[in-house]
Design a protein around this ligand. Structure first.
Ligand code: PMM
Length: 311
């Protein structure tokens, strides 16, 4: 008899507040034909699962499986297609002991993914695209990422204006605060919630930089913060060549690692493509911060006495 989801051993719930000061690394696994950086690379479940396991081996704390591209202008997949893309990958990774997050805006996908073993729901719309998702997450016991978002990808860039006093930073704090009120109303405890300012979602490059500079203000929201900057186009334009041609996505890793090291003390987690580079950046940040090598994750504790000399 095929085991039902309820028969499977449930993975342990994610404790967002365990081990404070050790930023989590969330490896990106887009099972989509059209994501901006890795679209089409992990199109079949087998290669997607293999890549998820590779990221875990490289030190990912979580693997974030997504079946809908949110690049500007992207067209949404039908529900059935999103389910077909993500569920086999979520189930196989969870069965291998990987902590899986599902990147979805749909309540039905969130519910099915948690049944298949996901321990976190990463909702880029913060509950705006499908308000039922908040109740589903509340009932399942999964952790929840609420990202700042204004509209689906076909029209989000037309909403990148922040004319109120306080500009983008005040607006993002205010709008995330409204999402938190909806989260409270749905009975989802705040201990299970992470917030994310949503770089690139209804934001220009300048808006992204303003948010990054104002990170301490985002921290006043009082919840753990996730940063998704990996390979995004604001890094490509920062690193543009003399003709103004943006640096392609895979050439943005060093700049991203610099950002990780600089923000590590203030961030709960980083959503990244290159797990190994992120781990290295975190090792540097941790060694500078307290000298004990915290934050390294795998093989943590490279304290005094190791690495002597120039080798
Ligand atoms: N960015 C993308 C997709 N999902 N989720 C969160 N929480 N934060 C983000 O910044 C975010 C996200 C788009 O990037 P991708 O195409 O590389 O996945």
């Amino acid at each position: 008899m095929t085991p039902t989801p309820a028969d499977r051993a449930r993975p342990p719930a994610l404790d967002l507040h365990a081990d404070p000061g050790r930023p989590r690394v969330m490896g990106i696994l887009n099972v989509t034909p059209d994501s901006f950086s890795d679209g089409g690379l992990w199109g079949d479940a087998e290669s997607a699962v293999a890549h998820g396991l590779e990221m875990r081996a490289a030190g990912a704390d979580l693997v974030d499986v997504g079946g809908e591209s949110t690049r500007p202008g992207a067209v949404r997949p039908p529900l059935g297609e999103e389910l077909d893309r993500v569920l086999p990958v979520v189930a196989a990774l969870a069965e291998s002991g990987v902590a899986v997050s599902v990147d979805t805006m749909r309540a039905e996908v969130a519910r099915a993914a948690v049944d298949a073993g996901a321990v976190m729901v990463n909702d880029v719309s913060g509950g705006l695209a499908d308000p039922d998702i908040l109740g589903v997450v509340a009932a399942t016991g999964a952790a929840y990422v609420a990202m700042h978002w204004r509209a689906h990808s076909d029209r989000m860039q037309s909403l990148a204006s922040y004319d109120g006093s306080g500009g983008v930073v005040a607006a993002v704090c205010d709008e995330l605060g409204q999402r938190l009120a909806a989260i409270d109303d749905a009975g989802l405890p705040r201990e299970r919630v992470v917030l994310d300012p949503g770089l690139g979602f209804a934001k220009t490059a300048e808006h992204n930089w303003q948010l990054l500079r104002a990170w301490p203000e985002l921290q006043t929201l009082g919840l753990p913060l996730l940063l998704g900057a990996s390979r995004k186009s604001f890094l490509g334009s920062l690193l543009a060549d003399e003709e103004g041609e943006p640096r392609p996505p895979t050439g943005r890793e060093h700049a991203h690692a610099a950002l990780v090291a600089l923000l590590a003390p203030r961030v709960w987690g980083f959503r990244v493509h290159d797990v190994a580079a992120t781990r290295d950046a975190l090792a540097v940040a941790a060694r500078l911060a307290d000298g004990a090598g915290r934050g390294v994750g795998h093989g943590a504790g490279h304290g005094a006495g190791h690495g002597v000399g120039h080798e």
